[in-house]
Design a protein. Sequence first.
Lengths: 127, 494
Amino acid sequence: MSYPADIKYTKEHEWVRVESDTEVVIGITTYAADELGDVVFVELPEPGAKVVSQEQFGEIESVKAVSELYSPVTGTVIQRNEELSDAPEIVNDSAYEQGWMIKVEVADTSSLDELMSAEEYEQFLES
Amino acid sequence: MTLLRSLEEQKRQLLMDRSAAGRVGTTFVPLDVPKTKLPDENLLRDQLEMPEVSESEIVRYFSQLSQFNFSIDHNFYPLGSCTMKYNPKLNDEMAGLAGFSEIHPLQPDETVQGALRIIWHLQEMLTEIMGMAGANVSPKAGAESELAGMLMARAYHLSRGDTGRKKVLIPDSAHGTNPASAVVAGFHVVSLPTNDNGDTDIEALKVAVGPDLAGFMLTQPSTLGIFDTNLLEVVQIVREAGGVVYGDGANLNALLGKVKLGELGFDVVHSNLHKTFTQPHGGGGPGAGAVMVSERLLPFLPTPTVKKETAEDGTEKFSLFTPPESVGRLSPFHGNFGALVRAYAYIRTLGNQGVSQISEDAVINANYLLTQLRGTFDLPHDRHCKHEVVLSAKSLKDAHGTDAKDICKRLIDYGIHPPTMYFPLPNVVEESLLIEPTETESKETLDQFIMVMKAIAKEAEENPDLLHDAPHDTPNTRLDEAQAARKPVLRWKG
């Protein structure tokens, strides 16, 4: 499995991509998608909702289990991936591209420095 | 082959599809009263489609349906955390006695003294088994007992004017329904991690308790199948912080006659009577919960509870009553009375010694499986287990791509019901298989299961696709579970 170098990773297996100075995109990693197995339902917050770093922002259900989604950042949801409600399997097929979950407006992106790089995430998975 | 398949297909026909115009399964006796018009013909439907079949066709239809099913009466059913033990037929016979099965819940108390006596005596026996102060058996399932327990915890705090207690702590090895029950009762749930040994993390607990602590919900033994060696310390910390200690008794099969949770400081314990005290429950019910409480929660028990009064001449009178500060009614009437009779019959049949032997045999059976399957499967917590054992298929998955689900599906081909899988949850144990043999299985049955599990592990190595495509020999082969959840088809047709 490969982990794109241009995004940041969390211990809860979410990823964050910086789109601009104030906007980030959040999803789950291929490792998480693979461990969950076939995703059958994703529950995401509506635009306008507040998300808080390290707190739950949604739920993802696979044939194995229901798991919480934890936000890597604090901010306001500006868009969610509506396609996932009809086709949750996109998370399995394209975790980093079409399978994104929410776009969040953040005060600044400096807090992302604390998250893991692709290399650090791979080391974390091996440990 | 085509003929065989079409015969198989015919077995799946619904009763309506087997109908032939004019065919009957019974003959009415000749009319021996004068014919009369119905008072209001408009109440009748024009068309009422009914299957027209003979008696033998009906009997075959239902027999075939029952063969598609799997129950504990067919074969081994090691569904962990669910205690699928054999249900003695004597209990069904007792529940079927006319004095129990043909009474009405609204009959006056004095006409159903026998039934009320059974409920009262069951309350007493469960109170004694758990070492508590009182019991109510009206909840209809474990989750309803949990809700009752949490409502009582809430009522207890509020009755003391203690309004700030809103947090309930629940370890990640607890039963899945616990957090839901606490939330429905109005609490805020905080999950506690287990340590590497599988026990409650004491340090995390110490940090989490405070003046806002309402209670702690512990499943004992936990869903990891192990007895929390920190139990006494956990209870002490929670009680000192002013919290109510709740014991989820779904796994009581490991403790019967050995541990009285009341004596360890628990305030509420529930028992899934349908699991521990035998009740056929493979189809999802009917269940029966019972909730046992300590002295300080007695006034809050649900209604109706049954009490006994003894007159001066020694005559006993049983009646329904509502405890003074009751949290109210959880079920219509008295709960699932038939299930209560079965539990009563079971306890009375076994007696004191027999009840203790349940847990002894259940624990020995689970540990036998643990010992024999060590090496074939991973043991996330390699220590003595209680009544159920958690195996992991992680190594098999990493090596051959065959996961816990594939192993479970292959077990079906061998005529064995799969154990619980992916519970404990993947973030607690990867590729988990939760196996509970129960006390009712013989060594021969367990040896057979061990042989099958080893054979499947070997198949995984030699021919993993055999597992990926399993089951092969059942009326339905591998179902597309993802598609079934994403786009469920909820009607047979039309």
